[in-house]
Design a protein around this ligand. Structure first.
Ligand SMILES: Cc1ncc(C[n+]2csc(CCOP(=O)(O)OP(=O)(O)O)c2C)c(N)n1
Ligand code: SF4
Ligand SMILES: [Mg+2]
Length: 285
């Protein structure tokens, strides 16, 4: 469905590539569809510039499909591989200075509440592990301390991928990358536990090889952030380019990691969030 919210500037209709016109004409607006309907509408250009087999690109696509209210959602992104895809998505988004994303999202959410009182406006932060857990740590955690009603989604590829492969706080101990040749000396940061301790009412870890679970985590996080308080979702999004595996192996690598117990999904809801989600999901049945 075409949306008045999303238009090509007058005069440029014929110049824009066909795939971009399709994105505008056939975006997710007003459809209330889910990941089972993937492919029947368009949320991200196929010709985006992320690498073949990128776990982050697939997770971003599934996240965009999972948005409960794309017409009234604004995504706040940060520098990193995902920022290369944001110019080709069908949802409004803001690129913030690397690490500032939760501060920018806080201001945006507050301004939208004043400008559109009583209307649903979802502000969703989507950023890499470096932006979320390292360089943006202070802004992220303080937005949670303050109880800002934001959903924060980390695309966790366990590296600074966009800058050529430095270790991040989310890389695993011993990880060797192009620019971490000696291997990481300390363990992966347990960010879901930090999110819980910092006041998130919803915390989940998910991955793109289970699209339904990823969809549920993103939806629940956004709904909880709308009414209850901050929410955090961590998506495991392996990077074939920096971790040097075949692009065709991304999903099997996640499954292998899961079987070995190296990667685990989880979900936490505060009692208030649990009661709220139960009420919404029962009303839908
Ligand atoms: C303030 C600031 N510091 C550092 C950088 C350089 N920089 C750009 S992307 C990046 C790494 C991004 O890592 P991550 O957030 O994990 O995203 P990924 O590329 O892995 O998806 C860094 C350090 C920057 N652009 N701005
Ligand atoms: S470097 Fe890694 S995370 Fe970045 S686009 Fe390529 S595969 Fe994806
Ligand atoms: Mg990263």
């Amino acid at each position: 469905m075409k949306s008045d919210l999303w238009q090509i500037s007058p005069g440029f209709e014929e110049v824009m590539p066909a795939e971009y016109r399709e994105l505008v004409d056939n975006g997710p607006f007003g459809k209330k569809l889910g990941v089972a309907d993937m492919g029947t509408f368009k949320e991200l250009l196929e010709e985006h510039p992320l690498c073949a087999g990128c776990g982050l690109a697939l997770s971003l696509r599934l996240t965009l499909i999972a948005l409960p209210n794309p017409e009234d959602t604004i995504i706040v992104g940060a520098t990193g591989c995902s920022s290369l895809a944001f110019p080709q998505v069908s949802v409004h988004n803001i690129h913030s200075l690397f690490g500032n994303q939760n501060a920018v999202a806080t201001g945006l959410k507050r301004a939208l509440s004043l400008r559109f009182p009583g209307q649903v406006k979802d502000v969703v932060v989507i950023a890499g592990d470096g932006a979320t857990c390292d360089i943006g740590l202070e802004a992220v955690v303080h937005s949670w301390f303050r109880g800002e009603k934001l959903a924060t989604i980390m695309l966790d590829n366990e590296a600074y991928a966009n800058t050529g492969g430095q270790e991040s706080g989310m890389s695993r101990i011993g990880t060797v990358l192009n620019m971490a040749p000696q291997g990481k000396k300390f363990s992966k940061v347990n960010f879901p536990e930090i999110a819980k301790a910092a006041g998130c009412a919803y915390v989940a870890v998910a991955e793109p090889s289970r699209p339904k679970r990823l969809e549920q985590a993103v939806r629940r996080a956004i709904l909880v952030a709308r009414e209850i308080g901050p929410a955090y979702v961590q998506l495991f999004t392996p990077c074939p380019t920096n971790y040097k595996f075949k692009p065709s192996e991304t999903l099997s690598l996640i499954k292998k990691r899961e079987q070995e117990g190296v990667f685990q999904t989880m979900e936490y809801l505060s009692p208030e969030a649990e009661a709220y989600i139960k009420q919404i999901e029962e009303a839908k049945r």
